[in-house]
Design a protein around this ligand. Structure first.
Ligand SMILES: Cc1cc2nc3c(=O)[nH]c(=O)nc-3n(C[C@H](O)[C@H](O)[C@H](O)COP(=O)(O)OP(=O)(O)OC[C@H]3O[C@@H](n4cnc5c(N)ncnc54)[C@H](O)[C@@H]3O)c2cc1C
Length: 413
């Protein structure tokens, strides 16, 4: 028998989803619910990776994309600060240069204005998706807490006030709090914040519980998942594994920051971030919060308090940079003064950053689809992205208009 024929095996599934993060899992789940049989393949262990150790914030507040006016100049100023929340390491590779070029081209007021209603509608549809999942089984720590964007400098107060107005104009429910208002809303606060903007429609989940919950729902309904399996290539109707090709009618790539390894035309860069998690003190601030000057997040989840931050565009680095995690550890120490940082595991993950701040959800070639590039909002947008991908593959009514997320939208640039 010729070797190629021997190594090709039809999958029992009619869709293969590549990626076991939160996007792969919601994609698999909603495709399954639309009547397709699904095989999920993931290079990592279940419950690992970027979708696990993140801040778990559900963020309709984030209506402005990362690519906005002023970001480049702020980024350049931050380049001189070793512990800055944003870090960019110039890299001599074409994909990185192309990404930067596309990012720069989107740092305009017109792009921000265009994105605001798109991101708002996408996020609010996703919150509904979370509510529906919680109504079935409330097992992933969903809480409608709101989100505080807090500050202690007047410059940041002005910037956040401006963002609050933008969000209000977009129809979101927003309250600006002074120091007393902040203390009243957020008891047990130990940070130096002197004011905050409260976005009441935001929420939080426990990402670790969410991954387990999605996986359970998918597998209990008959879905098959294989972990620790690395796909080396994708073509119409088949995926390549080592020594084997699996065939299916549709292939959906949900490989997060690794997506360009399988689909080189999809412009995504890994944006690394860190988090540390401590057992929640008896008196913990209940509302998720971003300390805007250092961009450090704090999220109370069932039994634990998680601190995160840093956005580093420096490829797939393996070493933890002790300077970059310092602001995160400093904040954690306010809640656990005896924290032994030498023994504390530091988690890191790679946000799949697109150049225009919108995910890529759509068709790439005959029978090949992509659902990736959710940047800092992958958890938040997971339900709606899964539903959208499922609707596009099965040809049913999408939950939001799909055009802004078309995978080929940047090709002209
Ligand atoms: C510090 C930090 C804080 C964050 N906080 C938030 C937050 O509060 N709210 C929010 O919404 N988002 C947050 N994010 C972003 C969020 O974590 C990501 O957007 C999201 O996890 C991306 O999910 P994903 O499924 O696309 O990718 P991933 O979770 O990275 O999953 C990719 C999957 O693809 C698999 N894979 C890759 N290549 C292959 C291959 N060749 N073959 C087979 N499998 C492959 C991997 O094994 C993995 O299973 C945060 C991120 C960081 C780093």
């Amino acid at each position: 028998m010729p070797e190629a024929a021997a190594s090709r095996s039809p999958s029992r599934a009619d869709v293969i989803v590549i990626g076991g993060g939160v996007i792969g899992l919601t994609t698999a789940l909603y495709l399954q619910r639309a009547g397709r049989s699904v095989l999920l393949l993931a290079a990592s262990e279940a419950g690992e990776g970027t979708s696990a150790g993140n801040a778990g914030m559900i963020v309709p507040s984030h209506v402005m994309p990362l690519s906005a006016p002023g970001v480049i100049s702020q980024g350049l100023r931050w380049l001189t600060r070793r512990d800055a929340p944003f870090h960019l390491k110039p890299q001599l590779n074409l994909a990185f240069i192309r990404w930067l070029w596309q990012f720069r081209a989107h740092c305009t007021a017109a792009h921000v204005e265009r994105c605001i209603p798109i991101l708002r509608d996408l996020s609010l549809a996703s919150v509904e998706g979370f509510d529906d999942l919680a109504a079935e089984s409330d097992d992933f720590g969903l809480a409608h807490t709101g989100l505080l964007m807090a500050y202690h400098t007047s410059a940041m107060e002005d910037a956040m006030g401006h963002e609050a107005e933008v969000a209000q104009r977009a129809g979101l429910d927003v309250r600006v709090l002074d120091s007393a208002g902040l203390q009243a809303e957020q008891p047990h606060l130990r940070s130096r914040a002197t004011g905050a903007v409260l976005y009441t429609q935001d929420a939080r989940v426990d990402p670790d519980l969410l991954l387990g919950s999605l996986r359970r729902r998918f597998e209990e309904a008959g879905g098959e998942a294989r972990y620790n399996v690395t796909v080396s290539g994708v073509e119409s109707g088949q995926v390549m594994l080592s020594g084997e090709a699996l065939c299916a009618q549709d292939i959906v790539v949900c490989a997060g920051a690794w997506t360009p390894r399988l689909l080189p035309r999809i412009s995504i860069q890994p944006a690394r971030g860190y988090s540390v998690t401590i057992r929640s003190p008896a008196e913990s601030p209940p509302i998720p919060m971003i300390l805007m000057e250092d961009r450090v997040t704090m999220t109370l989840m069932p039994g634990k308090l998680r601190f995160g931050g840093t956005l580093s565009l420096s490829g797939f680095a393996t070493k933890v940079d002790p300077v970059r995690i310092r602001p995160i550890l400093d904040e954690a120490r306010r809640y656990e003064p005896d924290l032994n940082t030498d023994a504390l595991p530091v988690w890191s993950g790679y946000r799949p950053a697109s150049p225009d701040g919108l995910p890529f959800v759509g068709r790439v070639a005959e029978g090949v689809w992509v659902n990736a590039g959710h940047g800092m909002m992958g958890v938040s947008l997971a339900p709606v992205s899964g539903m959208l991908m499922s609707a596009l593959v099965t040809g049913t009514e999408p939950p939001v208009p799909p055009a802004p997320f078309a995978p080929d939208r940047l090709r002209a640039r």
